[in-house]
Write a protein that binds this ligand. Structure first.
Ligand code: SAJ
Length: 425
C-alpha cells in the first residue's frame, strides 16, 4: 500500500467516521478541523456528533495513536476533503469550505500524493475548481499528483456499516487517479469499488439524492391528492406497492437534512433550463411543512391560542441532526399561526426555536397540551403507549405527520387521531 499517512480535512458526519475507520485499519491519520472546539474536544476524547457506534470507534482510533486531531493539515501521502458544501440564501452552492480546504493542502502537496474530494459538489467542481487550486503547487493533477472525486453515500444512522459495505464510486481526473483512489479505499471498503471520471462521479452523487427527492415529492403530492379525494394515502401506497415495479416512498412533513434537500439545487443552479422537474420536486417538498400546518388547521380549526406539543425536531428519526429540518419549519409556521408550541427533541434537548417553548422531557412537553403533533418518528416516540400518554396530558387530539402511531390504538385510548394524507377518516 502506497498510502501510509492520510490527512482528512473536515471532521463532521462524514470526515470523522472516515478518518477513524482508516485509523482503525492501520493508517496514520491526521484529522483536521478548523473549529478549535471540535479539535480540543476530540483531543480530550469527546465526540461532538451522535451516530450509532461512532463514539466507540473514534475513541479506539484515538487511543491506538493512529488518529491525531489538528487544526491545520500536515504532510501526508493522501488527503481527503470532507467539508460541508451548504447552499447560500439564493440556493447556490457555497464552495468556500472546499476552496479553503484545497488551499490549506497546497503548501504540503508533494509528488506522488493523492487528493480526494468527498464533499457533494456541483458538476465539474473537481476539474474546474479543485485542480487549478492544487496546481498552484506547481504539480500537475493526474500526473504529478493524483486527484479524484469519490462521493460519500452513507445513510445517517447507518454510517459505520455503509461506509464499509456500500459500493464506492471513484472518479479520477485521469484513469491513474481513479486507480490510486481505489487503492486507498480498498483499505476498508468491502463493497464494489467502481472507477470512472471525476465529473461522472459528481453527477452520480447528485442524481442519487435528486432521484430520492423527486420520489418523496411524488409521495407528498399523492398525500395531498388523497386528502382531496377522501382516500387514506397509507392504504393506497401499500396497495400500489404490491405492484412488482412500484415502490412509492413515504409522505411526511417535508424533506430535510444536509443532503437531499440541498443537492438537487446544485443541478438547478448549474442548468436551470434542463432541471424543471428537479426544481418542481424541491418546491413540493419545501412547501410540505406549510401543507401540514394547513392540514392541522382543517382538522382542528384555528390554531390561535392552541397549545401544541411538537414531538421531534430532527430532520428524520433517531438522528441528532437539525439541518434543514422540515419539523423546525412546521413549528415556526404553527407559531406564526398563533399556536403556543412546546417542542421536545430528545437528541438536542437544549435546542430552542424563537417564540416556542422547549421541554426537556416528553412529560413536560405534553402536560398542558391541546394537540399532540408527532413530527419525527424517533423510536422513543414510536413506542409510546397511548394509554400511558392519556395519563400525562389533557390533549384530546393527535396529529401524526409520519404515520408512526397506529390509528386504532390511539382512537381506542380516547384520542381524536389524524394522520397526514388521510382524507378517508
Ligand atoms: N423522507 C421522507 N420520506 C421517505 C424517506 C425520507 O419524507 O420515504 C425524508 C426524511 O424524513 C428526511 C429526508 O427525506 O427528512 C432525507 O432522509 P433520507 O433518509 O432519505 O436520506 P438522508 O438525507 O439521511 O441520506 C441521503 C441518502 N441518499 C439516498 O438515499 C439516495 C444517503 O445514502 C446519502 O449518503 C446522504 O443522503 C448524503 O450524505 O448525501
Amino acid at each position: 500500500m502506497a498510502y501510509k499517512t492520510l490527512c482528512v480535512i473536515g471532521l463532521g458526519y462524514i470526515g470523522l467516521p472516515t478518518a477513524s475507520t482508516f485509523a482503525t485499519h492501520s493508517l496514520n491519520v491526521i484529522g483536521v478541523d478548523t473549529n478549535p472546539e471540535i479539535v480540543e474536544g476530540l483531543n480530550n476524547g469527546h465526540v461532538h456528533l451522535f451516530e450509532p457506534g461512532l463514539r466507540t470507534l473514534v475513541q479506539a482510533a484515538l487511543q491506538s495513536g493512529n488518529l491525531i486531531v489538528r487544526r491545520q493539515p500536515q504532510p501526508a501521502d493522501a488527503f481527503i476533503i470532507a467539508v460541508p458544501t451548504p447552499f447560500k440564501e439564493n440556493k447556490r452552492a457555497d464552495l468556500s469550505f472546499v476552496i479553503s480546504a484545497a488551499e490549506s493542502i497546497v503548501p504540503h502537496l508533494r509528488e506522488g500524493n493523492l487528493v480526494i474530494l468527498e464533499s457533494t459538489s456541483p458538476p465539474r467542481t473537481t476539474v474546474d475548481i479543485l485542480a487549478p487550486i492544487l496546481e498552484k503547487s506547481g504539480l500537475k493533477a493526474g500526473f504529478d499528483f493524483q486527484l479524484a472525486y469519490s462521493p460519500e453515500r452513507v445513510l445517517p444512522g447507518q454510517i459505520l456499516r455503509e461506509l464499509i459495505e456500500n459500493a464506492r464510486v471513484i472518479g479520477g481526473v485521469t484513469p491513474a487517479s481513479a486507480q490510486a483512489g481505489k487503492e486507498l479505499y480498498s483499505t476498508f471498503v468491502t463493497g464494489e469499488i467502481i472507477m470512472t471520471d471525476a465529473t461522472t462521479a459528481e453527477m452520480v452523487k447528485l442524481m442519487e439524492n435528486t432521484y430520492r427527492d423527486i420520489n418523496i415529492a411524488a409521495a407528498n403530492e399523492f398525500a395531498r391528492l388523497a386528502d382531496q379525494f377522501q382516500v387514506d394515502i397509507w392504504e393506497a401506497i401499500a396497495l400500489a406497492n404490491r405492484h412488482p415495479r412500484v415502490k412509492i416512498l413515504n409522505p411526511g412533513p417535508g424533506v430535510g437534512g444536509h443532503c437531499i434537500s440541498v443537492d438537487p439545487w446544485f443541478l438547478v443552479e448549474a442548468a436551470p433550463q434542463n432541471a424543471q422537474l428537479i426544481l418542481n420536486a424541491r418546491e413540493v417538498n419545501d412547501s410540505q411543512p406549510a401543507y401540514l400546518v394547513d392540514f392541522i388547521q382543517r382538522k382542528t380549526g384555528s390554531l390561535r391560542g392552541k397549545r401544541v406539543a411538537a414531538l421531534g425536531l430532527a430532520y428524520k428519526a433517531d438522528v441528532d441532526d437539525l439541518r434543514e429540518s422540515p419539523a423546525i419549519t412546521a413549528v415556526e409556521l404553527l407559531r406564526d399561526a398563533g399556536a403556543q408550541v412546546t417542542t421536545c427533541e430528545p437528541f438536542k434537548a437544549e435546542f430552542k426555536i424563537d417564540g416556542a417553548k422547549s421541554a426537556p422531557t416528553l412529560e413536560e412537553a405534553v402536560k398542558d397540551a391541546d394537540i399532540l403533533l408527532l413530527l419525527v418518528g424517533h423510536t422513543q416516540f414510536k413506542q409510546l403507549d397511548p394509554l400511558e400518554v392519556r395519563k400525562i396530558t389533557p390533549a384530546k387530539t393527535v396529529i401524526d405527520a409520519v404515520n408512526n402511531w397506529p390509528r386504532e390504538t390511539w382512537l381506542a385510548a380516547g384520542f381524536d387521531y389524524f394522520h397526514l394524507g388521510d382524507g378517508k377518516h
